[in-house]
Design a binder for this molecule. Structure first.
Ligand SMILES: [Zn+2]
Length: 252
């Protein structure tokens, strides 16, 4: 059975057939998923996903929605972490690729969320785009108990630095493209204990689903790609990546 460690099941793209898509994922062997919130505006919807589908959830303020976040949302986030007991803080991080997102404000919000993760003893789900070293610097400033650097797209040295800080690296749709050579090399060569699977649905569709919302059932075939890259059986990939996810997210 597979665990999708990063699925935006609450996304509008899924609203016409969300229940069917989740059912199809279950039939494809996806036993559990983590649904991370991105903004205070979707905390309630994410909680509803947990109640309706039994998925695990996380709450956080995503850097791409920087314009929506206020300091009051950090207090609301603390309330949710205390009351709802999610499996992680997230999705949070730094995005230095999308223009117009003030880097200083991003860093301030990330550091505040890392402090919340320490306070509630939770792992962290990180969005890291063109900001590997900057996020590593924040983690050294405010160390947390670990988590996942999702849709990992850094260098081997940066991967090693995240692993040393207690993190797993999330691999998904990007790994299915022949052209993603660096990501495929890392997926093939990193210690198996550092790898978790994710779809990031509805984003990052795999090679066979380009132009469509990335459905959670794609995780089974993504696992098959990792099995080929590592010359392992799909059953072993499922067993090891699920064990990694359960080690990282205690209540999964
Ligand atoms: Zn995400």
């Amino acid at each position: 059975m597979f665990i999708d460690t990063h699925l935006h099941l609450d996304a509008a793209e899924f609203s016409p057939n969300r229940a069917e898509l989740w059912q199809a994922a279950r039939l494809a062997g996806v036993s559990q998923a983590i649904v991370p919130a991105v903004s205070a505006a979707n905390f309630a919807m994410v909680r509803q996903m947990r109640d309706e589908f039994g998925v695990a959830v996380a709450y956080g303020l995503h850097p791409m929605y920087l314009a929506e976040h206020t300091d009051a949302h950090l207090e609301l986030l603390a309330d949710y972490l205390q009351r709802e007991r999610p499996v992680a803080v997230g999705e949070c991080g730094l995005d230095l690729f999308v223009p117009g997102l003030d880097p200083l404000r991003q860093e301030q919000l990330l550091l505040a969320q890392l402090r919340l993760a320490r306070r509630f003893e939770l792992p962290v789900i990180l969005h890291v785009r063109r900001a590997q070293d900057q996020v590593l610097k924040c983690l050294r400033q405010v160390p947390v108990r670990g988590g996942v650097a999702h849709a990992f797209n850094g260098s081997a040295q940066q991967a090693e630095a995240f692993i040393k800080l207690g993190f797993c690296l999330g691999f998904g749709g990007a790994m299915t493209y022949q052209g993603s050579q660096r990501i495929r090399r890392l997926a093939a060569s990193l210690p198996m204990s550092a790898i978790v699977l994710e779809t990031d649905g509805p984003d990052i569709p795999p090679e066979w689903a380009q132009g469509q919302p990335n459905a959670p059932a794609n995780l089974a075939r993504i696992a098959g790609v990792l099995a080929v890259l590592r010359n392992m059986s799909v059953a072993d990939i499922a067993q090891e990546t699920s064990a990694n996810a359960r080690r990282m997210f205690v209540d999964l």
